[in-house]
Write a protein that binds this ligand. Structure first.
Ligand SMILES: C[S@@+](CC[C@H](N)C(=O)[O-])C[C@H]1O[C@@H](n2cnc3c(N)ncnc32)[C@H](O)[C@@H]1O
Length: 263
């Protein structure tokens, strides 16, 4: 999936962009998946570790592993979470034995996999029969407020380039029910699907805008690809569409979640 390479950036920039939603989304995904203390879990595409940290808090670090193909993110996750094993690996080729975990989770990753069938198949392979495989993906075309407003603004200032890069149009697995189809086709049982909502706080619009200039994620990469005039127009249009200014504000973001049981 185009876009995966935009995560080879600093973990700090990521934390200030999508990472703000990570901790509340992770808590919601863990509840949705029904992961309880006493089990061993894998976080696939763990990034700098928002879901990994929440799993480690619930299960203890020694019972949690992370897999992440971006070296700066894997390194940040290791540094932040001593005791958690973090391997440099993509979902499509997980370096773990069959049935090694009771649960395999991934947060905001399936849409970036080169081969989502292969990646979800691997998550199921490393999870024991009766264990859970669960994920979530932003509702890019709908109620992920930050990214929806960003791409609507991008389409306004650069109709052709914005439409070609709009994650709501180009991402797979982000529509209502799509992840459930993927889970069923991977052979998972008792598949459940539903919305999760996370919130993030900003000190003002510039606090939201600054991390995009670091090129993080597809939105950041798009921002960096513009010349100065268009980038200034995007800044203004984005601010107007969000209806925010220099005062603190909060945004909500909806993700679609899926969970299934390994047969
Ligand atoms: C939006 S970030 C999510 C990171 C983290 N899970 C979180 O919730 O903050 C997407 C992550 O997917 C990773 N990724 C991209 N392609 C991947 C693949 N094929 N397998 C596993 N992870 C992948 C990226 O490197 C990045 O860390």
């Amino acid at each position: 999936m185009p876009g995966a390479e935009t995560f080879r950036v600093s973990a700090v920039a990521y934390d200030r962009h999508i990472g703000r939603y990570g901790p509340p989304l992770a808590s919601a995904l863990i509840e949705f998946a029904g992961v309880e203390p006493g089990v061993r879990a894998l976080d696939v595409g763990c990034g700098p570790g928002a879901l990994t940290a929440a799993l480690a808090e619930r299960l203890e670090a020694a019972n949690v592993c992370g897999a992440e193909p971006s070296e700066p993110f894997a390194e940040a996750c290791r540094a932040r979470l001593p005791g958690v094993e973090v391997v440099a690996a993509a979902a499509e080729s997980l370096p773990f034995a069959d049935d090694a975990f009771d649960a395999a989770l991934s947060q905001l990753v399936v849409n970036f996999m080169r081969d989502a069938d292969g990646g979800v198949g691997e998550m199921a392979r490393v999870t024991r029969p009766g264990g859970v495989v669960a994920s979530c993906v932003w509702d890019y075309a709908g109620e992920m407020t930050l990214l929806r407003a960003f791409w609507d603004a991008a389409r306004e200032v650069d109709p052709e380039g914005g439409a070609a890069a709009d994650e709501g149009a180009v991402m797979r697995w982000c529509g209502d029910g799509e992840l459930a189809e993927l889970w069923r086709s991977a052979g998972l049982r008792e598949v459940r699907f539903g919305p999760l909502v996370a919130r993030a706080s900003y000190a003002g619009f510039e606090d939201l805008w600054a991390p995009l200039l670091a090129g993080v994620g597809p939105a950041g990469a798009f921002c960096r690809s513009l010349d100065d005039d268009r980038r200034a127009a995007l800044n203004e249009t984005f601010r107007r569409r969000l209806g925010v200014g220099d005062a603190p504000f909060e945004l909500t973001a909806r993700a679609w979640a899926v969970a299934g049981v390994v047969p």
